[in-house]
Design a protein around this ligand. Structure first.
Ligand SMILES: CC(C)(COP(=O)(O)OP(=O)(O)OC[C@H]1O[C@@H](n2cnc3c(N)ncnc32)[C@H](O)[C@@H]1OP(=O)(O)O)[C@@H](O)C(=O)NCCC(=O)NCCS
Length: 177
């Protein structure tokens, strides 16, 4: 069910260094669903990866943040790292909108991400995006609990979506972007 907040005026833009304080607060509020890295990491994302690390803005408020990058070794693949939508703005498809905008800024044919077994909403949204793009979505184990040293971190399953055609991406950007 969607929240009653009006999302029609929300805009998407690259993350800036001055956004990181607010982004960090959003990430802290959503642990453990998102892993929390150092502020330094997010400063680097804003400095060097801002083409594919985006925020959704409502007035001056950050409604959502999504990070990711094009793989340096596989330039046809965009890896979606972390996405967080402020609880107030959830239920309005912002995850999907951010992912579409990130993909649109690249020439990637494949979208990869990892999901935890307990994060059903995130997985649902990626599978739904694959359906909208008219492509398949494969799932395989990427990092096991053993890889994390059995420290309580869930396994991370890799979802791979594609091959994505620029035509279908453009159509979705026109509709949802
Ligand atoms: C995951 C997240 C980014 C999605 O936010 P969002 O863009 O507002 O997503 P929406 O609320 O619009 O979409 C929710 C969808 O999941 C579905 N859903 C809700 N609960 C579900 C569940 N338990 N199992 C499966 N699907 C579920 C809803 O029906 C909806 O699907 P629909 O659009 O087909 O009807 C947001 O919940 C969030 O920030 N969570 C905390 C951080 C996080 O988990 N990030 C992802 C890992 S890095």
């Amino acid at each position: 069910m969607s929240n009653t907040v009006d999302c029609s005026t929300i805009t998407i833009r690259s993350v800036r260094i001055e956004d990181i304080g607010e982004v960090y607060r959003l990430l802290v509020a959503n642990r453990p669903y998102v892993g929390l890295n150092s502020r330094y990491t997010y400063f680097l994302l804003a400095r060097d990866f801002s083409n594919t690390c985006l925020v959704a803005i409502d007035g001056s408020r950050i409604a959502a943040f999504s990070s990711g990058y094009v793989s340096p070794t596989r330039p046809d693949t965009f890896f979606s790292w972390e996405i967080v939508v402020d609880a107030v703005y959830r239920g309005n498809g912002l995850q999907q909108r951010l992912l579409l905008n990130q993909l649109y800024k690249t020439t990637a044919k494949y979208l990869e991400c990892t999901v935890n077994p307990s994060n059903l909403v995130s997985e649902h949204n990626f599978v739904k995006l694959a359906k909208l793009l008219g492509v398949g979505c494969s799932k395989s184990l990427l990092f096991s609990e053993e890889d994390f040293g059995h420290n309580g971190h869930e396994a991370e399953f890799l979802l791979c979506i594609g091959p994505i055609s620029s035509g279908s991406l453009q159509n979705l950007i026109r509709k949802y972007g």
